[in-house]
Design a binder for this molecule. Structure first.
Ligand SMILES: NC(=O)c1ccc[n+]([C@@H]2O[C@H](COP(=O)([O-])OP(=O)(O)OC[C@H]3O[C@@H](n4cnc5c(N)ncnc54)[C@H](O)[C@@H]3O)[C@@H](O)[C@H]2O)c1
Length: 326
């Protein structure tokens, strides 16, 4: 089986690639394991650090038709479409967000349609597709009402994936990811960047700024579980998804205060003292508009699993990053 990851040099793309290589196989459409013979990693920057002969790192712009034609052929039976311009950047650069998050997503689906082999396509969507007046608990079928350009682009791409699936051009699966935390490395342009920084930096002995009040409720999933859910999403029986291809992944709902308590439980008071509380009205408004409570029954019934507690999320981060908290 040939697998394509768009955004293959990105944070989740690289992790997903490593996990797929380690597993060596994924379930095919009929549920039987199929060996991965080629893993194509498409990104604007080269995916580095892969020496496995199954990996083909392709550098190219996903908004270019010729690039998509180069990486999708009739043998490409599984596609993880992760390439995106993240929330803060898509809001700052309207044209770029539209081009990559929306136009390129349509182009990818079109390329699959023209190839005519109906690949499974896993698309990473976001909580940003919801907004405005929302119920206390957001359900899988709560109306999409994005309040940002990023959320709008993701919502339109979701609908396209539904329709290309209905028409039989692809077998699409939309996974709405919670905020991924704890994310290693440096802060990024995502509005939710602080949700990793307030754990990651204190564990490294550094200070971190928390721009929102402790009562702010977030919906989180660890990188480890996110990758497991992406693969489980690909392996789902399409018939079980039926006409609604989107799933809210089983994140955990926690307040920032609860995150801090979990940090205290795992790493002690010294780590907690490294968090500096500096309110930022702009970020507070955006983050405060995100729903914090979710009904993820549908994903769970389909076998997708999240963590039991945020302390478990921190522990899995320490384990995955081979950290010795200071
Ligand atoms: N990490 C999160 O908290 C989170 C939450 C919700 C949804 N998502 C979604 O998950 C996906 C992966 O997120 P991530 O955290 O790995 O982001 P990331 O920014 O690390 O990865 C995205 C990758 O897409 C690549 N890319 C951008 N423009 C491109 C182009 N024109 N052509 C080819 N590649 C291009 C980037 O170079 C980058 O490597 C994205 O679709 C994102 O919207 C992430």
């Amino acid at each position: 089986m040939k697998v394509l990851i768009t955004g293959g040099a990105g944070f989740l793309g690289q992790r997903l690639a490593r996990e797929l290589l380690a597993r060596g196989e994924v379930k095919g459409v009929g549920g039987q394991p199929q060996r991965i013979t080629e893993l194509v990693l498409l990104d604007v920057m080269a995916a580095t650090g892969f020496t496995d002969s199954r990996v083909r790192a392709e550098v190219g712009d996903i908004a270019e038709r010729s690039v998509l034609e180069r990486v999708i052929d009739t043998q490409t039976s599984a596609i993880f479409h992760l390439a995106a311009i993240v929330s803060g950047q898509a809001e700052a650069d309207f044209d770029l967000g539209m081009r990559i998050n929306l136009d390129a997503s349509r182009l990818l689906l079109e390329t699959c349609r023209i190839r005519g082999h109906r690949p499974r396509v896993v698309f990473t969507s976001s909580v940003a597709v919801y907004g405005g007046d929302m119920p206390d608990v957001v359900r899988n079928d709560t109306a999409l009402n994005p309040q940002s350009s990023y959320g709008t682009q993701k919502a339109i791409a979701e609908l396209l994936l539904n329709d290309y699936t209905r028409r039989g051009f692809v077998d699409g699966r939309v996974l709405r990811l919670p905020t991924i935390s704890v994310r290693p490395g440096k802060p990024n342009a995502a509005t939710s960047s602080f949700a990793s920084a307030i754990v990651r930096e204190p564990l490294n002995g550094e200070t971190a700024i928390c721009p929102v009040p402790g009562s702010t409720r977030l919906w989180l999933l660890s990188p480890r579980r996110a990758i497991a859910c992406l693969i489980a999403g690909l392996e789902l029986d399409g018939a079980a998804l039926g006409k609604q291809r989107a799933l809210n992944l089983p994140g955990i709902s926690v307040t920032v205060d609860e995150m801090v308590d979990a940090l205290r439980e795992v790493a002690g008071e010294a780590a907690v003292k490294r968090i500096l509380w500096q309110p930022d009205a702009f970020l507070e408004k955006i983050v405060g508009s995100w729903p914090g409570r979710w009904d993820t029954t549908r994903a769970e019934q389909l076998g997708l699993k999240g963590e039991a507690s945020f302390a478990d999320v921190i522990r899995s981060y320490i384990e995955d990053e081979h950290l010795r908290p200071v």
